[in-house]
Design a protein around this ligand. Sequence first.
Ligand code: SF4
Length: 271
Amino acid sequence: MTSSEVKRKKLTPWKLGAWYTRDEYYLLDRLIGYSKMIKLSRSGVEKYLACKRCFVLNYKFSVFPPSLPFTLNNAVDNLCKNEFDYYRKRKEPHPLFLEHKIDAIPFDHPKLNDWRSNFKGIRFINSADGYNFGGAIDDVWVKPDGQLIIADVKATAKNEFNWKETWEKYEYPKGYRRQLEMYQWLFRKNGFKVANEAFLVYFNGLKNEPMFNLSLKFELHLVRLECNDDWVEEKVKEASSLLASDVFPKASYTCDNCNYLRKRWKVSQTV
Ligand code: SF4
């Protein structure tokens, strides 16, 4: 019987006396499905929300806009993680929690290092809807009732740190909240109880100190965000379906990068 006959008669191979059992057939089918699924990241979904064309260019054609590594930010992230790990080992609250009356301690879990790794992260795979979605967290804390609090570390250097003003004036803080909401959704999908509150541990570099003395001083701000992950699943599905389709979305007319490329192209046609 040819494969088209198999399809026509809606027979599955395990019914045809193949060497594998029904369970093995479904396992194989799932594994092949997983390997065909594009691994979607938290920043990928954020890109999808910002510009669908850039998202498709990144994921399907490996075309990325130029960017520089944020090495100073990474150093701050790392030092902060080390500090939280110190209190995690001792099962004690970080002094910041006491100062801000957060009843929690850093969460200890055998998978913590995977969740914090950019190459692994925490993932959720839905083969029925065809997505494999994940993200890497900075930290997670646990309340006495077992609810997890997701935290992300940010670094900046402003003369005056004013979160309220930044929130009202710019779009990027909303992206930070979406980031936390995506992590919350991933933890919930992995079976954890998760609090709606989440925190940004914000380090503000003091750039007006009289002397450098080879040390950069920071002030620390804890920003509490009330989150709602209701939107996440739908956007993950939409982003995955766009990748599975042949659609190549239009570029935005307000994006500096594409406007630069358009103008460059026009000039190159005339000279
Ligand atoms: S408009 Fe162009 S450069 Fe800008 S985000 Fe979209 S595809 Fe990328």
